[in-house]
Ligand binder design. Structure first.
Ligand code: NDP
Length: 295
């Protein structure tokens, strides 16, 4: 199958590498230097423009920060829309927003191109291993056609509803992830300041009812070790939480706990900057409590 992948960022890169193992791949990235080593390592072709990237593709995969960048990349004589083949599939793996995706889908439909929103979960490790969870919003027929391409990097691939349903699901997941990180950061620093041994405390937590993915996987591997790898920017998590809160507001619902999560995460983004990793929010708790959570 002829596939195009646009957006070789932290997660796009390992996802594209999985696609290259099974299909004929053309890649495009805004910063061209980032494609060079990748192209040699995976024997893929690099396109000079988005239009050129998608010109021969039966399936186009995008993984950009927000839906806005995806929409803008369609524009102009060198944009994707100028190159897309009628009958092709456009699968957007960005953690985007439903309204923009519905607009993109309508625009593509006029060129006989089918769209699905396909955000992923499972992190850069999951992308490398091909074990991502893929959340799909699409017409049933489009989902059926999309599945083989998504299988390159996805393990659990679920059709959640019409266009936008994948983004909605992802936003809900992300606001819960943010909530777990921020609340564990507060609880953990309090626990350590009170004299509890951090790793033993985490062992107990992870055998008890307060546990979460953050406590079981992320904190032991990245915080207690002091490794703090950079895999997912806190700014992107903040963007995801913003999408979730906009959806909640549009539904006319109140979510005071999640609203507070959004505020605290926004403060962390302002304090730590655009390049900080999402778990670095816990560093702010450490600084406030005057302790380091290691062990
Ligand atoms: P990164 O910030 O690492 O990479 C972003 C990518 O988008 C880069 O290829 C960047 O190009 C490109 N890009 C940024 N702005 C533009 C623009 N205006 N026009 C064209 N290309 C642009 O992000 P991630 O790879 O981490 O995330 C991508 C998406 O996947 C996001 O929606 C994120 O929320 C989601 N996601 C990320 C996960 C992770 O673990 N990292 C996990 C699950 C979902 P350039 O190289 O030129 O900067």
């Amino acid at each position: 199958m002829q596939v195009a992948f646009l957006g070789l960022g932290a997660i796009g890169r390992p996802m594209a590498a999985r696609v290259a193992r099974l299909h004929s791949l053309v890649v495009w990235n805004r910063t061209a230097e980032r494609t060079r080593g990748f192209a040699v390592e995976h024997s893929v072709r690099v396109a000079g423009t988005p239009a050129e990237a998608v010109a021969q593709a039966e399936v186009v995969l995008t993984c950009l920060p927000t839906s806005k960048e995806v929409e803008v990349l369609l524009d102009g004589p060198t944009g994707m829309e100028a190159g897309l083949r009628p009958g092709s599939l456009f699968l957007d793996c960005t953690s985007g927003d439903p309204a923009t995706s519905r607009r993109i889908a309508a625009r593509l439909a006029r060129r006989s191109v089918s769209f699905a929103d396909c955000p992923v979960s499972g992190g850069t490790n999951g992308a490398e291993a091909g074990t991502l969870t893929v959340m799909v919003g699409a017409e049933p027929e489009v989902f059926r056609r999309a599945e083989p391409a998504l299988r390159c990097f996805g393990k659990l691939i679920v059709h959640l509803g019409p266009i936008g349903a994948g983004h909605t699901m992802k936003a809900v997941n992300q606001v819960l992830l943010a909530s777990n990180i921020l609340s564990l950061g507060e609880a953990l620093t309090a626990m350590v300041k009170a004299g509890v041994h951090s790793r033993r405390g985490m062992e107990v937590l992870n055998a008890s009812s307060g546990r979460s993915f953050v406590s079981e996987a992320l904190v032991p591997d990245r915080v207690l070790t002091g490794r703090w790898p950079n895999t997912f920017r806190l700014a992107l998590l903040d963007k995801d939480v913003g999408i979730a809160m906009d959806l909640i507001r549009e539904l006319g619902l109140d979510a005071p706990v999640l609203e507070r999560v959004r505020e605290v995460l926004g403060e962390a983004r302002a304090a730590l900057g655009e390049g900080a990793d999402y778990l670095e929010a816990i560093k702010l708790n450490e600084a406030r409590a005057g302790v380091e959570v290691r062990g």
